[in-house]
Structure formats: structure tokens, C-alpha cells
Write a protein that binds this ligand. Structure first.
Ligand code: G3I
Length: 345
């Protein structure tokens, strides 16, 4: 298909990326990636459970495939993610007696467990950052630690229950020490447009920066849908963090065809007007991104084509089409909306 390159179209604005699995480094998908994006991120294979499934046993093979693909094609890679409450192996949180750390009630043992967990984390972060620091500049250090509904706005993960916010501090400091001053360290989350969540994130980041924790920027996942949230709320959030001197990245962009609590399924027949509505919203979003390129330094999609997306199985199994290319890897109206709206049907 003789169509413009997405990344080239945006060359004067910001890099464009996509999340991929190792199998997508070959075949037609890899050609699509090479043509349209200049950044990549691993969708799953750089997560804690993938890289250190058991203590001291680091498994690099899948991650290395993506590193090699990026290098061979002059693409930059982002790292996702050093710390997360999900896709992390249980061994991190098991104490030396084989018991879950969160069940411990004795204060002295709790403190010892905390130190043990922070040591394990420190080692996880340093080992990975040392291996990839020359290949990867941009790092998601912690992912999804904010939960607006809790008393102090922190997700009550095992990390948090055992260490408080110390795991965040440890992860950022270890990454900086191992990676040096040039790598960029991000705190990544979804729903950062929601004012309540955004302000909780802001409070945490401010507190960390005041303590000298090396945070360079905020990753806004931006898993949105064709009905919401408003583009202005997305931009407002970026403005707020840029006032703190932080960088902003859109790290996991996609646009579901269904609103958040809708469980319906278009099946094989996605109505034309739904795809046009999606295109309209993508157009509005990217107009705003271009206008605010000074506070936004990259836009990464969570996938490249509708043939492979987490939204086929979340929150239920159904047809979804959140990206710019369709199941057959052809450009959708959403692609033209972002690249050249005059070509829209
Ligand atoms: O690796 C196993 C495989 O061995 C097993 O046979 C198979 C059977 O279900 O599961 C495989 O694991 C799946 C894994 O993806 C790798 O494909 C998990 O079931 C599946 O739940 C997991 O989903 C990923 C999800 O994170 C996990 O929370 C999605 O692919 C991935 O797109 C998604 O990405 C997250 C970001 O990391 C953070 N932000 C939200 C985003 C979307 O949920």
C-alpha cells in the first residue's frame, strides 16, 4: 500500500511508537512497524515476571529479540516496566521462612521483610538497567501505583503494603545509579486525565522530587475510548506535570470502540459510523498533541494493528478495533485522521 509513513509525518513533532511482542519482529507486521514507527516498547516481555521468573534467574531471550529488532532498524526502544503489581512473580513477596510477607504481624520481622524486598527490588532494577542502559533511554520505572479511592491515594499492592512508598524511591534511585544521568525515568499510569487521580499522582511526584528522587517524567497510558475522556482533560494533565519541570509521554495509546462499562460486542460488523467517530476523535487528539508538542515528547500506541490488541480479551472477549490499522493491516479512517484528514472518506 502506497501510503505516507506515520512516523515521517510526525518527524517535526514527536516520535511515534508501538508496543510489540517478539513474534511481531518478523513477517508483515514487522514491515508495517518499520514503515510507520520509530519507537518500540515490549508489550509483555520486559515485565518483572518475564525477566526474573525466579530469584536470580534472569531470562533475556525474548526481551533481547525486541532489542535486536529495534537496533537493526534504527528504532528507539522504551522499557516497560521495572516495577508493577501485576505480572510480577510471587517469590519477591515470600519471606525467608517461605511465608507471604504481607501475613507477617511481628514488627521486627516486618521490618526485616521490608528490607529484604527492597534489596530484591534494587537488584532487579540494577541488573536490568545495567544490561540495557546503552540500548534504552526511556524507562517506565514504576507502573500504576496510584489508586484514587484509597485513603492516601496509593494502590494497596504488595509493594506498598510491605514497604510504603519506599519501593518507588528505591526503584528510581537504583535505576539512576545503574543507568547514569542520560537515561530518562518515568512514572507511568492510566487515567491521568481524571482530576482526582491526576492530583494524587501530582502529590506523590512532588513529594518524591522534594526528596531528591530522580523522576524525569510522567507516562500517560491514555487507554481511552470513542466517548471519553475529553481531549482537553488529557492536555490539562500534561500541562500540570510540565509545570513541575517534568517531561510527558503518551505511553500506551489506544481507543476502544466501547465506553468503559459497556459490555456489548459489534462482532464482525463494526458500523462505519463508529469507525468514523473514532477517526474524528483521533483527529482532535492529534491536533491537540501537535499543538502541545513542547510539553509532549513522544506518542506510543499500545499495538500497531487491530489484529493484535489486549482489548480483544478485556474486559470481555469481543471484537475491538482501537488502533490505526485494521485486522488486514490496512490503514483505517483513524490513520487518515492522524496523517492527512483531507483523505478521509
Ligand atoms: O504468557 C502467558 C502464556 O504462557 C499463557 O499460555 C497465556 C494463556 O492465557 O497467557 C500468557 O500470558 C498473558 C500475557 O498477556 C502474555 O501474552 C496473560 O494471560 C495476559 O493477561 C497478559 O495480558 C497483558 C496485560 O498487560 C497483563 O496485565 C496484555 O498482553 C498487555 O497488553 C497488558 O498491558 C498493560 C500494560 O502493561 C500496563 N497498562 C495497561 C496495559 C493493558 O492492560
Amino acid at each position: 500500500e502506497d501510503i505516507p509513513s506515520l512516523a515521517e509525518t510526525y518527524i517535526d513533532y514527536f516520535p511515534i511508537g508501538a508496543a510489540i511482542e517478539p513474534f511481531q519482529t518478523t513477517g508483515l507486521i514487522s514491515d508495517l512497524l518499520k514503515k510507520h514507527v520509530n519507537w518500540l516498547v515490549a508489550e509483555n516481555v520486559m515485565k518483572p515476571d518475564a525477566l526474573q521468573p525466579s530469584e536470580g534467574n534472569f531470562t533475556w531471550e525474548n526481551a533481547d529479540r525486541i532489542v535486536e529488532f529495534a537496533k537493526a532498524n534504527d528504532m528507539e526502544l522504551r522499557f516497560h516496566t521495572l516495577v508493577w503489581h501485576s505480572q510480577v512473580s510471587d517469590w519477591f513477596f515470600i519471606d525467608l521462612d517461605g511465608k507471604p510477607m504481607i501475613d507477617e504481624t511481628d514488627p521486627e520481622k516486618r521490618e526485616a521483610n521490608k528490607q529484604l524486598l527492597l534489596e530484591r527490588l534494587d537488584n532487579h532494577v540494577r541488573t536490568i538497567v545495567e544490561r540495557y542502559k546503552d540500548d534504552i533511554i526511556s524507562w517506565d520505572v514504576v507502573n500504576e501505583v496510584i489508586e484514587p479511592g484509597t485513603p492516601d491515594g496509593m494502590r494497596e499492592s504488595e509493594w506498598y503494603q510491605i514497604t510504603g512508598t519506599d519501593f518507588i524511591e528505591t526503584a528510581f534511585r537504583a535505576a539512576r545509579e545503574a543507568g547514569g544521568p542520560d537515561i530518562k525515568l518515568y512514572i507511568n499510569d492510566y487515567g491521568t486525565d481524571n482530576p482526582v487521580k491526576r492530583d494524587r499522582l501530582y502529590e506523590l511526584v512532588k513529594k518524591m522530587l522534594d526528596k531528591g528522587v530522580p523522576i524525569d517524567g510522567v507516562g500517560h497510558q491514555t487507554h481511552i475510548d470513542i466517548h471519553g475522556p475529553s481531549v482537553s482533560s488529557i492536555i490539562e494533565s500534561m500541562k500540570l506535570f510540565s509545570e513541575l519541570g517534568l517531561d510527558n509521554l503518551v505511553t500506551e495509546l489506544d481507543m476502544s470502540l466501547y465506553s468503559w462499562n459497556d459490555r456489548s460486542d459489534f462482532g464482525d460488523d463494526i458500523p462505519e459510523e463508529v469507525l468514523m467517530k473514532q477517526a474524528e476523535r483521533y483527529q482532535e487528539l492529534f491536533e491537540a498533541f501537535r499543538e502541545h508538542k513542547d510539553i509532549l515528547s513522544g506518542v506510543v500506541f499500545w499495538g500497531i494493528a487491530d489484529s493484535h490488541t489486549w482489548l480483544h480479551s478485556f474486559p470481555v472477549n469481543r471484537t475491538n478495533a482501537p488502533l490505526l490499522f485494521d485486522h488486514q493491516l490496512h490503514a483505517k479512517p483513524a490513520f487518515w485522521a492522524v496523517v492527512d484528514p483531507s483523505k478521509l472518506p
